[in-house]
Ligand binder design. Sequence first.
Ligand code: 4NP
Length: 157
Amino acid sequence: MVCLGNICRSPIAEGVMRAIALKNNLNWQIASAGIKDYHIGEPPHNYSQKICQKNGVDISQQRARRFVAQDLEIYDKIYAMSADVLTEIQHIAGASFNGQKVSLFLNELYPGSNRSVPDPWYGPEEGYTEVFEMIRKTCEAISVKYRSAPAGFYAPI
Ligand code: 4NP
C-alpha cells in the first residue's frame, strides 16, 4: 500500500488490509510505504490512528518508510493510493517496474475508474473518516477477489 508520505492513507490501508486478511485466514504479508522521505520513522497521523482505533484496528506501531525498487521483488501486488503516486513508483522502480503488479488501489472497488484516494493531509478530521470508509470497502473487495479460502469463509472487519 503506497501513498505520498506513508502517514495518512497507506498506513490505514496496511492496518485494515491486515485485519481483514487475519479474519479470513489469509496468510498475506502486508506493508505500506511512501514515495517521499518527509516522514520516515514517524507513526501514522493522529487522525489516521484515531479512525482506525474507532474501528478496532491498531496502527500505532506502524512507522513510515520510503518505497524502494526492491519492494517490487518482494511483493506480488503494489497498490498506489493515487495516480501521482503510481507515476512516482514507476520512476523509483526503474527497470524493476512491472505494470502487472502495480495498480491504482480504488480500481479494485471501481474497476477501470482510475480514481485516487483523496489526500486528507491538508483537510479536517472528517476527511480521514471518508478515506477510511473508501479504504475499508476496497480492502474487502481485494480480500474477496484474491482469497483462497472456501466460499462463505469471508468475514468483514
Ligand atoms: P499521505 O498524506 O500521502 O496519505 O501520507 C500526506 C502526508 C504528508 C504530506 C502529504 C501528504 N506532506 O506533504 O508532508
